[in-house]
Write a new protein. Structure first.
Length: 368
């Protein structure tokens, strides 16, 4: 399995993009290839599926992604890119064909350009529902090339995949593969505005594996691109060199937006002093460790070991009564030993427990 993930910042949003691939069963190389390139705040994703599987398919898809990446960087028109790729790919001796499908995703801020050439159509999740997108059609070498422009809101997701997904389970667990509608329904069931691209891609690939009865009948690749809000995390891994700099360092650290993570005992104490809070650590004295030991032996040892052993010597009715008394006894001990406030609700609850036990033990008349 190959997994690559990267996020990149664009103002207050980031692109969260993950790629997961699995080889066809028995093959060393994957016939699918995916290139992920970043240019400042924008990403270019190229997913290619080479004809067949194994080494030949790997060569076709690798050449396709490499050439397309290079030409797109040079702003070569897409029709010229496709024609150049088709003329350059080595011919398969068996099928007399040089062929690889591809899907291109180019992000620009909150917008994206989607180009699809004979791959399964991407699934767009927009505002929590399957989004329908229009596309223009160009014919290149008798194949349709679809070009779309999408606008993303925060939480929107685009799922690209090779035909290993749409053909999953064909002739094994399904008649005609994983149907388009079923794929969309699955994505929606597993979607939430906060689900990561990695989790969604992994869920889809796991289902493909299940449909294929763990055999992976074809090379399979899933690419998920999600636009999410930027969530900065600030990490402090050590204290300042001089203690005199603690105050200025803490002000700088906590003056930054986002979450704050502190590592190390000395650093934690410095942060706690600045924030005026107490640092909770492991027991530091013999008395504290004795309390922990007593809790382990008395509470866990007795409660989960000796009590079931004792209950095995009585009837189920009596054992149930003892268990019903547990909350009442615990509350009573807390009030006696630790002066905890019982309250009217606690008294009423205890009375109901005792009343229930008395009623259950009340002698019943039997018929003569």
């Amino acid at each position: 399995m190959m997994m690559r993930k990267r996020t990149n910042r664009c103002r207050n949003t980031v692109w969260d993009i993950s790629v997961i691939s699995r080889n066809k069963n028995g093959e060393t190389l994957c016939g699918d290839q995916c290139a992920l390139e970043w240019d400042d705040n924008d990403a270019t994703v190229i997913l290619s599926d080479g004809l067949g599987s194994g080494v030949k398919a790997n060569i076709l898809s690798t050449l396709t992604t490499t050439m397309l990446t290079t030409m797109l960087k040079g702003n070569v028109p897409i029709d010229e890119c496709v024609t150049t790729v088709a003329e350059t790919l080595p011919m398969c001796r068996e099928r007399k064909l040089a062929y690889a499908t591809f899907t291109i995703l180019q992000t620009a801020g909150t917008r994206a350009r989607l180009i699809q050439y004979d791959n399964p159509n991407a699934v767009f999740v927009h505002n929590g529902a399957i989004g329908k997108y229009n596309y223009s059609v160009n014919f290149i070498q008798e194949k349709e090339l679809h070009e779309s422009y999408l606008h993303f809101d925060v939480g929107d997701m685009l799922v690209l995949f090779s035909d290993g997904v749409s053909e999953a389970g064909r002739g094994v667990t399904t008649d005609a593969g994983w149907a388009r509608q079923d794929i969309e329904d699955f994505i929606l069931r597993n979607y939430s505005p906060t689900v990561s691209s990695q989790r969604m891609a992994a869920s889809i690939l796991s289902t493909v594996k299940t449909l294929d009865m763990d055999a992976m009948h074809d090379d399979t690749t899933v690419v998920v691109a999600r636009l999410r809000e930027r969530c900065p995390v600030n990490v402090m891994i050590g204290p300042p060199e001089s203690k005199d700099d603690d105050l200025s360092t803490m002000r700088l650290f906590f003056g930054k937006d986002g979450k704050h993570v502190v590592c190390g005992g000395t650093t934690a104490n410095a942060v706690a002093s600045y924030l005026g809070v107490k640092v909770h650590t492991l027991p530091g004295s013999g008395t504290e460790w004795l309390v922990v030991l007593a809790l382990a032996l008395v509470c866990s040892g007795f409660g989960f070991t000796l009590q079931p052993v004792a209950q095995s010597g009585t009837t189920a009715d009596h054992a149930a009564l003892f268990c019903a008394l547990n909350p009442f006894v615990a509350a009573a001990l807390g009030a006696v030993c630790f002066h905890e406030h019982f309250g009217i609700a606690g008294l009423l609850g205890g009375a109901l427990i005792l009343a229930g036990i008395v009623v259950s033990c009340w002698p019943q008349k039997t018929g003569g």
